[in-house]
Ligand binder design. Sequence first.
Ligand SMILES: NC(=O)c1ccc[n+]([C@@H]2O[C@H](COP(=O)([O-])OP(=O)(O)OC[C@H]3O[C@@H](n4cnc5c(N)ncnc54)[C@H](OP(=O)(O)O)[C@@H]3O)[C@@H](O)[C@H]2O)c1
Length: 325
Amino acid sequence: MENHQVEVKIPEIMLNSGHKMPVIGFGCAILPPLPQEEEVTIFIQAMENGYRHFDTASYYGSEEALGEAIAKALEIGLIKDRDELFITSKLWVTDTHYDLVLPAIKTTLSKLRLDYLDLYLVHWPVRVKRDANVNHLLEGEVLPFDMHGTWKAMEECCELGLTKSIGLSNFTCEKISKLLQNATIQPAINQVEMNIYWQQRKLLPFCKEKGIVVCAWSPLGAYGCFWGTNDIMENKVLQEIAAFKSKTVPQVALRWIYEQGASLVVKSTNKERMKQNLKIFDWELAEEEKEKILHITQRRLGKADGFIVPNGPIKSVEEFWDGDL
Ligand SMILES: NC(=O)c1ccc[n+]([C@@H]2O[C@H](COP(=O)([O-])OP(=O)(O)OC[C@H]3O[C@@H](n4cnc5c(N)ncnc54)[C@H](OP(=O)(O)O)[C@@H]3O)[C@@H](O)[C@H]2O)c1
C-alpha cells in the first residue's frame, strides 16, 4: 500500500451537536462543472493534500463525483474509514417543502454513496416551485419560505441518523432568531459569505453568542468564478501584508477568517494552490495588520437578487438580508 502521509494537520472545531469539524473544508462548487472524472481527480488530490472536510450541495452537481472520489480513496487506502471524512451537503431551494426534505437527503446520500452526512444545510432561506428554473425565476415561482416545516424535516433527518449535524446557510440574525423560537435541534453552522470585503460584523458575534459556528464561503471572493470578484486577490492591504510576511494573498485572506473564530470552505482545482491554502496554521497576523483589514470598505458580493420576482414574497434585496448589506 502507498504511503499517504499528509503534510498539514487541520485543526478541528467542536460543534454544538457534539461532533467535530475540520476548520477548513474543500469547496466542491466547480461551476460550470468539469467532466466527472476530472472532478474525481481534483477531490482525490484534495484528500492527498490533507483536506478531510468536503462541502458540496445538490445544486453544485458534484455529489456523484465526490461519492466516487470517496469510494476510490477507501479502495486505495488514502483514507481507511469513511469516519475520517466530514461531508457536508445542502438542501436546494426546490426542496424546502416539508415533504421533500427526506427524499432530497436520500437522493444526496445515494449520489454520495454514503449512509450518513456529517452536516446537512438549508442552502438558502427560500422556497421555489419544484420544477422552476432557478437561474431564471418567473412570477409565481417563488413561494413563501416555510421555515418551521423545513427545519422540522431537517431535524427528522438528524433523528433518523441520515446526518450527524444540521445547519443553515445564508440566514441573517433575524431569521436565525425566528428559527430558534421553534427549533428542537439547534443549527450547528451558518454558512455565509465571509471575506475581507464582507466581514460579517453583525452576524459573527450573534452566531458566537448562540453557539452557532460561522463557516465562510467565497473566502477569496470566488476569484475567477462567474459569481466572483478579483478585488480580494488585488487588494493592496493584503498584498502588503503578504509581502511583509512572505505569505501569499490567499493565505493572508484565509488566516484572517480563521483568526475571527470562523471556519471556512475554499475551492481550488489546482494541486499547488490547494496545498498553499492549508498552510495558515503556524503563523499569525499582527494586531496592526488586522487593524488595517478592519478599515477595508464593506460590501456584500452575493446579493441573491435572483430570488426577487414580480409580486413574489421577497420584495427587495434589503428585505432579504434584513438590512444587513
Ligand atoms: N452556501 C452558499 O451559498 C455558498 C455560496 C458560494 C460558495 N459556497 C461554497 O464555498 C466554496 C468556496 O467558495 P467559492 O468557490 O465561491 O470561492 P473561493 O474559494 O473564494 O475562490 C475560489 C476561486 O479562487 C481560486 N483560488 C483558490 N485558491 C487560490 C490561490 N491560492 N491562489 C489563486 N487563486 C486561488 C480558484 O481557482 P483555481 O480553482 O483555478 O485554483 C477558484 O476559482 C464553494 O466551492 C462552495 O463549496 C457556498
